[in-house]
Write a protein that binds this ligand. Sequence first.
Ligand SMILES: [Zn+2]
Length: 89
Amino acid sequence: MPRRPQPVYDRICACGCGKQFQSTRHYKRFATLECQVRHNNRKSARGAKLIDAAIRWRKKRDKGSFTDMCAILDDIIAEDRKYEKARKA
Ligand SMILES: [Zn+2]
C-alpha cells in the first residue's frame, strides 16, 4: 500500500528571528536547533531574573522592589513585542 504524502506545515520560527520554514511535524516551532536553544536560554534568563526580583520583593519588602519586578516584566513584554514585530515584517 503506497504511503500517503505527509502534510507540510508553513511556519515562522518561534524564537523571534523571523525565519520561515516548513516542517512535516505539526508541533515544530523552531527553524533550527540553535533557534530553540537561544529561545530556551532567553526564557531561562528571564525567569531567573524575575524569580530573584520576586524573592527580594516577598522576602524583604524593600521600597521599590515591586516596581523593579514590574520593570523586568515590562522589559520582557517590550522584547516580545519587538520579536513579534520582526516576525510580522
Ligand atoms: Zn529562529
